[in-house]
Write a protein that binds this ligand. Structure first.
Ligand code: ADP
Ligand code: MG
Length: 249
């Protein structure tokens, strides 16, 4: 297999006496979706924060495209190629779809801005924003105000916003949460379209979606990985059945 685009090694995060994430190692590869499942409180969101730099690990390391990014700010990690969507949506509701995506695209180019390069940078930002809209299937909704769109479309927009930063790696925290069947199916199609272009980590409770999308599956419980590997094998693992899948699904 090719070198991983993102690798977490033995990552731990303690909040006081609680180990929210404990000794987790995981790799994300181009063209593959690595799903992370586990009951509420298992540490899935904390893990995504550790990979994106929103939280610094207590110990362990994270490498992105071969660089050690441990302790970097989220902005710097984003510029190094990581895009993410949050469990709580992060869009500007009074703004249009285009304005939201344009702002996200701009956040990526600001560091390189110089007066003489402004015109080029402006065109590139627009291009990146338009490409992200197209990929996310929102070109027709360009002028819609984000706050009046359906929940499903808002989640699509959030993904468009992370695409606008031109990421190599995408971290998605429960992109299907709160969706109806039709919306969920649309999102699964979108994620399948994005898969060949990115290395992806998908935190998700919807097991149909997980098994439709994932190439690798990691199960977390109490901050630890209790199983990881090929999805069908992980599903059949008795430990996993008892801890999680058996109860709810
Ligand atoms: P999941 O996303 O799997 O539901 P989280 O990563 O949100 O789980 O939470 C894992 C554990 O860490 C939970 O017990 C949660 O209460 C705790 N936790 C998460 N964030 C913080 C924080 N900022 N401070 C203290 N405890 C936290
Ligand atoms: Mg969570």
């Amino acid at each position: 297999m090719s070198a991983p685009l993102l690798a977490a090694k033995d990552v731990t995060k303690r909040f006081g006496g609680l180990s929210a994430v404990s000794g987790v190692s995981l790799e994300l590869h181009q063209g593959a979706i690595h799903a992370v499942i586990g009951p509420n409180g298992a540490g899935k969101s904390t893990l995504t924060h550790l990979l994106s730099g929103d939280i610094a690990p207590t110990s362990g390391s994270v490498t992105l495209a071969g660089q050690d990014v441990t302790g970097w700010t989220p902005e710097r990690i984003s510029r190094a190629g990581l895009g993410r969507s949050y469990q709580k949506t992060n869009i500007f509701l009074p703004f249009t779809v285009w304005e939201n995506v344009r702002l996200a695209a701009q956040s990526r180019s600001q560091h390189a801005t110089r007066w003489l390069r402004l015109a080029t940078s402006f065109a590139q930002t627009n291009e990146r924003a338009a490409r992200a809209l197209e990929l996310a299937g929102l070109t027709q909704r360009r002028e819609a105000v984000a706050g009046v769109m359906s929940h499903g479309e808002q989640r699509q927009l959030e993904i468009a916003m992370s695409l606008a930063t031109d990421p190599k790696v995408l971290l998605l925290d429960e992109p299907l949460a709160g969706m109806g069947t039709a919306e969920a199916e649309r999102m699964v199609e979108l994620l399948l379209r994005l898969k060949p272009l990115h290395a992806m980590m998908l935190v998700e409770h919807d097991m149909d979606a997980v098994f439709a999308l994932a190439d690798r599956l990691t199960v977390m419980l109490n901050g630890q990985v209790i199983a990881s590997g090929e999805p069908a094998r992980v599903r059949a693992d008795p430990t996993v059945q008892t801890a999680y899948l058996g109860e709810e699904h």
